[in-house]
Design a protein around this ligand. Structure first.
Ligand code: GCO
Ligand code: MG
Length: 401
């Protein structure tokens, strides 16, 4: 078997996605997701200019060899652009291997550890009342786990609450600027969860994403203040470059901690996992080197009582949702998966075997990873320049968005 051609396609069915298709001489093909929100063209260039020319003519069955070639062989290791490109190739190769075997990917990994994987959905509102109503609606619809985000009085647009972009087609596509106040936030969030527990009771899992905004001691305070409301997790309480920061948070609170959506490799999580400083690892197939990269992280985490909760926002494609679902059905330590509500255009462009029903996902039993890509539809939705917002303190200091 030989790799005959590889294509990179950037398309925007409401959100930019970077997709790779690998075609083999024997006619089998596979697809992979290399989307890096706000930096899509950098991944596309890395693939087209530096990766694809090295892979033509190779044996697509040698997935580990190709992964090592792209990781070690590049000399410049890791980083989001490199690892998203490796992920796209790796997912497409696993797709081909599983199709050739006539099996769904989770069977090649070792088979299912569970019937299906629990997911969490998002609910948000500008006020506590609106957020309680949004969460209650999800609970009534049968969702077992809901992430709640709320507007903060005195601040404007907020992570997870308002649309990322203004939708004004004529506006220059520069990053939107948002304002942040830690003191206002720390005051407000415990009130949100008090109201939520009073409204929805204790049978639903509640999650919250701090989105990297706090310092360790502030995160420790928030964790303590949220303890009475028994969160499933508090996510990204601080940026995780300094892995040791989590030790301080851990020493002060029993609120479970989740981190890792921006991690690219097992090395980003090594201290956190081996010292049991976190409870859930959020690394995801698209940003952590595909099936091959993420499987290593999952297995390492399993040794240290850390369970998985993959990042799964709408800004990575339905291919990664499928790949994560295969890994999540197999991994003995998988706990939960973030689930994005893809638009009808996205579902149509990426026909998939995975199914999501009332908060549980199953990858399906189609051979491969079960997600395809309609290139004709993709051609109708060209790339649209877009950035993630940036964040500033009230005095103008640049902060973590
Ligand atoms: C999440 C994330 C996302 C990120 C986004 C950036 O937990 O889902 O924090 O919403 O902000 O993926 O591109
Ligand atoms: Mg997050």
């Amino acid at each position: 078997m030989k790799i005959e051609a590889i294509k990179t396609i950037v398309t925007s069915p409401g959100q930019n996605f970077v997709t790779v298709r690998i075609v083999t001489e024997c006619g089998l093909s596979g697809v992979g997701d290399g989307t890096l929100n706000g930096r899509e063209l950098a991944v596309a260039s890395y693939l087209d200019d530096h990766v694809i020319p090295c892979l033509l003519g190779r044996d697509p069955r040698r997935i580990e060899e190709i992964w090592q070639y792209l990781y070690r062989g590049a000399y410049w290791r890791r980083g989001p652009v490199t690892m998203a490109a490796i992920a796209a190739i790796d997912m497409a190769l696993w797709d081909i291997k599983a199709k050739a075997a006539g099996m769904p990917l989770y069977q090649l990994l070792g088979g299912a550890s569970r019937r299906h994987l629990m997911t969490y959905t998002h609910a948000s509102g500008a006020t506590i009342e609106d957020t309680v109503a949004a969460v209650s609606a999800k609970v009534s619809a049968g969702y077992p786990a809901v992430r709640a985000q709320c507007g903060i009085p005195g601040l404007g647009a907020m992570y997870g609450v308002h649309p990322l972009h203004s939708g004004d087609a004529d506006a220059p596509k520069l990053p939107e600027e948002q304002v942040w106040s830690t003191s206002r936030y720390l005051q407000h969030v415990p009130q949100l969860f008090e109201a939520l527990r009073a409204a929805v009771g204790w049978d639903v899992h509640l999650l919250h994403d701090v989105h990297h905004r706090l310092t360790p001691i502030e995160a420790a305070r928030l964790g303590k203040d949220l303890e009475p409301y028994r969160l499933f997790w508090m996510e990204d309480a601080v940026p995780a470059e300094a892995q040791d920061s989590f030790r301080l948070i851990r020493q002060h609170t029993t609120t479970p901690l989740a981190v890792g959506e921006v991690f690219n490799a097992i090395w980003d999580a090594r201290e956190l996992i081996s010292n049991q400083l976190i409870d859930y690892i959020r690394a995801t197939s698209t940003h952590a080197g595909g099936v091959t990269g993420l499987r290593r992280i999952f297995e390492f985490a399993a040794l240290h009582h850390v369970r998985t909760g993959c990042h799964g926002p709408v800004d990575i494609s339905p291919i990664s949702a499928g790949v994560n679902a295969h890994l999540g059905l197999w991994a003995p330590n998988a706990a939960i998966q973030e689930f994005a509500d893809y638009s009808p255009e996205m579902h149509a462009m990426f026909p998939h075997a995975w199914t999501h029903h009332q908060g549980y996902i199953h990858p399906g039993d189609a051979p491969g990873h079960g997600v395809d890509f309609d290139e004709t539809l993709a051609g109708e939705h060209p790339y649209e320049p877009a950035y993630l917002p940036v964040c500033r303190l009230e005095d103008g200091t640049l902060w973590n968005w």
